[in-house]
Design a protein around this ligand. Structure first.
Ligand code: PEP
Length: 256
Protein backbone atom coordinates (compact mmCIF):
# COMPACT_ATOMS: atom_id res chain seq x y z
CA UNK A 1 0.00 0.00 0.00
CA UNK A 2 1.42 3.36 -1.04
CA UNK A 3 0.15 6.44 0.81
CA UNK A 4 -0.91 9.11 -1.71
CA UNK A 5 1.43 12.08 -1.81
CA UNK A 6 0.79 15.64 -2.98
CA UNK A 7 3.45 18.34 -2.90
CA UNK A 8 3.14 21.99 -3.87
CA UNK A 9 6.17 23.54 -5.54
CA UNK A 10 5.82 27.27 -5.02
CA UNK A 11 8.86 27.99 -7.21
CA UNK A 12 10.08 31.62 -6.88
CA UNK A 13 6.75 32.99 -5.67
CA UNK A 14 5.62 34.50 -2.37
CA UNK A 15 7.34 36.85 0.04
CA UNK A 16 7.42 35.84 3.70
CA UNK A 17 4.25 37.81 4.42
CA UNK A 18 2.48 36.32 1.39
CA UNK A 19 3.62 32.83 2.35
CA UNK A 20 2.23 33.26 5.87
CA UNK A 21 -1.07 34.37 4.40
CA UNK A 22 -1.29 31.51 1.90
CA UNK A 23 -0.38 28.90 4.52
CA UNK A 24 -2.95 30.19 6.99
CA UNK A 25 -5.57 29.90 4.25
CA UNK A 26 -4.44 26.43 3.15
CA UNK A 27 -4.06 24.73 6.53
CA UNK A 28 -7.72 24.21 7.55
CA UNK A 29 -8.73 22.62 4.23
CA UNK A 30 -5.61 20.45 3.96
CA UNK A 31 -5.77 19.33 7.59
CA UNK A 32 -9.30 18.09 7.00
CA UNK A 33 -8.07 15.57 4.41
CA UNK A 34 -6.76 12.34 5.89
CA UNK A 35 -4.77 9.57 4.27
CA UNK A 36 -2.63 11.82 2.05
CA UNK A 37 0.96 12.93 2.69
CA UNK A 38 0.78 16.69 2.05
CA UNK A 39 3.84 18.85 1.54
CA UNK A 40 4.41 22.55 0.86
CA UNK A 41 7.65 23.70 -0.74
CA UNK A 42 7.95 27.50 -0.45
CA UNK A 43 11.12 29.46 -1.32
CA UNK A 44 14.02 29.24 1.14
CA UNK A 45 13.29 32.68 2.60
CA UNK A 46 9.82 31.60 3.72
CA UNK A 47 10.82 28.22 5.23
CA UNK A 48 11.32 29.48 8.77
CA UNK A 49 7.94 31.20 8.90
CA UNK A 50 6.31 28.20 7.21
CA UNK A 51 7.85 25.77 9.70
CA UNK A 52 6.37 27.74 12.58
CA UNK A 53 2.91 27.84 10.99
CA UNK A 54 2.91 24.14 10.09
CA UNK A 55 4.09 22.95 13.50
CA UNK A 56 1.50 20.67 15.04
CA UNK A 57 -0.24 20.06 11.70
CA UNK A 58 0.08 16.97 9.51
CA UNK A 59 1.38 19.09 6.62
CA UNK A 60 5.05 18.62 5.79
CA UNK A 61 7.56 21.20 4.68
CA UNK A 62 9.99 20.87 1.79
CA UNK A 63 12.77 22.89 0.17
CA UNK A 64 13.11 23.24 -3.60
CA UNK A 65 16.83 22.47 -3.79
CA UNK A 66 19.98 21.89 -1.75
CA UNK A 67 23.73 21.66 -2.21
CA UNK A 68 25.42 18.35 -1.52
CA UNK A 69 28.20 19.72 0.70
CA UNK A 70 27.39 20.15 4.37
CA UNK A 71 29.18 23.51 4.63
CA UNK A 72 31.85 25.53 2.85
CA UNK A 73 32.63 28.37 0.49
CA UNK A 74 29.62 27.93 -1.80
CA UNK A 75 28.14 31.40 -2.00
CA UNK A 76 24.41 31.38 -2.47
CA UNK A 77 23.94 27.69 -1.69
CA UNK A 78 22.04 25.94 1.12
CA UNK A 79 23.39 22.74 2.66
CA UNK A 80 21.46 19.57 3.53
CA UNK A 81 22.14 20.24 7.21
CA UNK A 82 20.47 23.65 6.90
CA UNK A 83 17.52 22.25 4.99
CA UNK A 84 17.10 19.44 7.50
CA UNK A 85 16.85 21.95 10.36
CA UNK A 86 13.48 23.06 8.97
CA UNK A 87 12.29 20.51 6.43
CA UNK A 88 11.59 16.81 6.03
CA UNK A 89 11.46 16.90 2.20
CA UNK A 90 13.46 18.39 -0.65
CA UNK A 91 12.72 18.62 -4.37
CA UNK A 92 15.75 17.52 -6.41
CA UNK A 93 16.44 17.78 -10.13
CA UNK A 94 13.41 19.83 -11.11
CA UNK A 95 13.51 20.47 -14.85
CA UNK A 96 13.84 24.21 -14.22
CA UNK A 97 17.02 23.52 -12.23
CA UNK A 98 18.29 21.26 -15.03
CA UNK A 99 17.41 23.83 -17.71
CA UNK A 100 18.44 27.14 -16.11
CA UNK A 101 21.06 26.13 -13.55
CA UNK A 102 23.02 23.41 -15.30
CA UNK A 103 21.94 20.51 -13.12
CA UNK A 104 22.89 17.13 -14.51
CA UNK A 105 22.13 13.55 -13.60
CA UNK A 106 25.45 13.57 -11.74
CA UNK A 107 24.61 16.60 -9.58
CA UNK A 108 21.14 15.18 -9.01
CA UNK A 109 22.79 11.99 -7.77
CA UNK A 110 25.03 13.89 -5.37
CA UNK A 111 22.04 15.80 -4.05
CA UNK A 112 19.96 12.65 -3.61
CA UNK A 113 22.82 11.09 -1.63
CA UNK A 114 23.16 14.24 0.49
CA UNK A 115 19.42 14.35 1.18
CA UNK A 116 19.29 10.70 2.25
CA UNK A 117 22.40 11.08 4.39
CA UNK A 118 20.62 13.83 6.31
CA UNK A 119 17.32 11.95 6.60
CA UNK A 120 15.54 14.20 4.13
CA UNK A 121 12.99 12.65 1.77
CA UNK A 122 14.05 13.58 -1.76
CA UNK A 123 11.32 14.21 -4.34
CA UNK A 124 13.37 13.35 -7.41
CA UNK A 125 12.11 14.86 -10.67
CA UNK A 126 12.55 13.16 -14.03
CA UNK A 127 11.01 13.84 -17.42
CA UNK A 128 11.74 14.33 -21.08
CA UNK A 129 11.75 17.57 -23.07
CA UNK A 130 9.39 18.16 -25.99
CA UNK A 131 12.20 17.45 -28.49
CA UNK A 132 13.06 14.20 -26.74
CA UNK A 133 9.40 13.24 -26.64
CA UNK A 134 8.91 13.96 -30.33
CA UNK A 135 12.07 12.03 -31.17
CA UNK A 136 10.67 8.97 -29.38
CA UNK A 137 13.35 9.15 -26.68
CA UNK A 138 11.13 9.35 -23.59
CA UNK A 139 11.91 5.87 -22.26
CA UNK A 140 15.64 6.22 -22.86
CA UNK A 141 15.84 9.66 -21.20
CA UNK A 142 13.70 8.88 -18.16
CA UNK A 143 15.38 5.54 -17.62
CA UNK A 144 18.81 7.22 -17.72
CA UNK A 145 17.67 9.92 -15.28
CA UNK A 146 16.49 7.27 -12.81
CA UNK A 147 19.56 5.04 -13.15
CA UNK A 148 22.05 7.88 -12.87
CA UNK A 149 20.08 9.89 -10.34
CA UNK A 150 19.90 6.90 -8.00
CA UNK A 151 23.28 5.37 -8.81
CA UNK A 152 25.27 3.99 -5.90
CA UNK A 153 22.68 4.55 -3.22
CA UNK A 154 21.43 1.02 -2.62
CA UNK A 155 23.06 1.13 0.79
CA UNK A 156 20.54 3.70 1.94
CA UNK A 157 17.57 1.50 1.29
CA UNK A 158 16.03 -1.63 2.62
CA UNK A 159 12.75 -2.93 1.30
CA UNK A 160 10.97 -1.26 4.21
CA UNK A 161 12.34 2.22 3.54
CA UNK A 162 10.96 2.86 0.07
CA UNK A 163 8.82 5.60 1.62
CA UNK A 164 12.03 7.58 2.17
CA UNK A 165 12.17 8.51 -1.51
CA UNK A 166 9.59 9.90 -3.92
CA UNK A 167 9.88 10.11 -7.72
CA UNK A 168 8.00 12.73 -9.76
CA UNK A 169 7.48 12.10 -13.47
CA UNK A 170 7.26 15.57 -14.95
CA UNK A 171 7.39 15.77 -18.73
CA UNK A 172 9.05 19.13 -19.34
CA UNK A 173 6.58 20.03 -22.09
CA UNK A 174 3.70 19.74 -19.60
CA UNK A 175 5.16 21.97 -16.86
CA UNK A 176 3.49 25.36 -16.60
CA UNK A 177 2.10 25.04 -20.12
CA UNK A 178 -1.51 24.12 -19.44
CA UNK A 179 -0.85 21.11 -21.72
CA UNK A 180 -0.74 18.16 -19.32
CA UNK A 181 0.12 14.63 -20.29
CA UNK A 182 -2.84 12.32 -20.50
CA UNK A 183 -3.25 10.12 -17.46
CA UNK A 184 -2.70 7.05 -19.66
CA UNK A 185 0.50 8.55 -21.09
CA UNK A 186 1.86 9.31 -17.62
CA UNK A 187 0.88 5.86 -16.40
CA UNK A 188 2.73 4.22 -19.29
CA UNK A 189 5.98 5.96 -18.35
CA UNK A 190 5.56 5.03 -14.69
CA UNK A 191 4.78 1.37 -15.46
CA UNK A 192 7.08 0.77 -18.44
CA UNK A 193 10.07 2.91 -17.52
CA UNK A 194 10.27 4.25 -13.97
CA UNK A 195 9.29 1.20 -11.92
CA UNK A 196 11.36 -1.20 -14.07
CA UNK A 197 14.43 1.06 -13.71
CA UNK A 198 13.91 1.23 -9.93
CA UNK A 199 13.42 -2.54 -9.84
CA UNK A 200 16.69 -3.09 -11.65
CA UNK A 201 18.50 -0.89 -9.15
CA UNK A 202 16.81 -1.88 -5.90
CA UNK A 203 14.61 -4.90 -6.55
CA UNK A 204 10.95 -5.43 -7.38
CA UNK A 205 9.61 -4.99 -3.84
CA UNK A 206 11.31 -1.63 -3.45
CA UNK A 207 10.16 -0.47 -6.86
CA UNK A 208 6.55 -1.35 -6.03
CA UNK A 209 6.73 0.51 -2.72
CA UNK A 210 8.12 3.84 -4.01
CA UNK A 211 5.57 6.62 -4.51
CA UNK A 212 5.68 7.87 -8.11
CA UNK A 213 3.91 11.18 -8.77
CA UNK A 214 2.81 12.90 -11.93
CA UNK A 215 3.58 16.61 -12.40
CA UNK A 216 2.77 19.00 -15.21
CA UNK A 217 -0.23 21.34 -15.33
CA UNK A 218 -2.18 19.43 -12.69
CA UNK A 219 -5.24 21.41 -11.53
CA UNK A 220 -8.21 20.89 -9.30
CA UNK A 221 -10.23 19.90 -12.36
CA UNK A 222 -7.93 17.27 -13.88
CA UNK A 223 -6.21 15.79 -10.79
CA UNK A 224 -8.73 12.97 -10.29
CA UNK A 225 -7.92 11.57 -13.76
CA UNK A 226 -4.33 10.92 -12.68
CA UNK A 227 -5.24 9.52 -9.28
CA UNK A 228 -7.67 7.11 -10.93
CA UNK A 229 -4.56 5.35 -12.28
CA UNK A 230 -3.43 2.99 -9.48
CA UNK A 231 0.20 3.38 -10.57
CA UNK A 232 0.18 7.17 -10.07
CA UNK A 233 0.51 7.87 -6.37
CA UNK A 234 -0.02 11.61 -6.29
CA UNK A 235 1.13 14.85 -7.82
CA UNK A 236 3.84 17.47 -7.76
CA UNK A 237 1.95 20.68 -8.36
CA UNK A 238 3.37 24.02 -9.46
CA UNK A 239 1.00 26.83 -10.46
CA UNK A 240 -2.11 25.34 -8.88
CA UNK A 241 -0.36 24.95 -5.52
CA UNK A 242 -0.55 28.73 -5.10
CA UNK A 243 -4.34 28.67 -5.33
CA UNK A 244 -6.13 27.62 -2.18
CA UNK A 245 -9.25 26.10 -3.77
CA UNK A 246 -7.32 24.33 -6.53
CA UNK A 247 -4.64 22.83 -4.28
CA UNK A 248 -7.19 21.74 -1.69
CA UNK A 249 -9.23 20.06 -4.44
CA UNK A 250 -6.12 18.23 -5.68
CA UNK A 251 -5.34 16.93 -2.18
CA UNK A 252 -8.96 15.83 -1.73
CA UNK A 253 -8.85 14.03 -5.08
CA UNK A 254 -5.73 12.17 -3.93
CA UNK A 255 -7.61 10.92 -0.88
CA UNK A 256 -10.03 9.21 -3.31
C1 PEP B 1 6.22 21.91 -11.23
O1 PEP B 1 6.70 23.01 -11.03
O2 PEP B 1 6.78 20.90 -10.78
C2 PEP B 1 5.00 21.81 -12.02
C3 PEP B 1 4.52 20.62 -12.28
O3 PEP B 1 4.43 22.98 -12.43
P1 PEP B 1 2.93 23.16 -13.00
O4 PEP B 1 2.01 22.39 -12.11
O5 PEP B 1 2.69 24.63 -12.94
O6 PEP B 1 2.94 22.61 -14.39
Amino acid sequence: MRTPFVAGNWKMFKSVAEARHLISELVPGLQAVEGVEKVLCPPFTALLAAAALLEGTDIGLGAQNLHWEISGAYTGEISPVMVAELCRYVIIGHSERRKYFGETDETVNRKVQAALTHSLIPIVCVGETLEENEAGQTAQVVSRQIRQGFAGIGGFFEASSASSVVVAYEPVWAIGTGRPSTAAGARAVVVDVIRPALAELFGAAFSQAVRVLYGGSVTGSNAAEYFAEPEIDGALVGGASLKVADFTQIVKAAAG
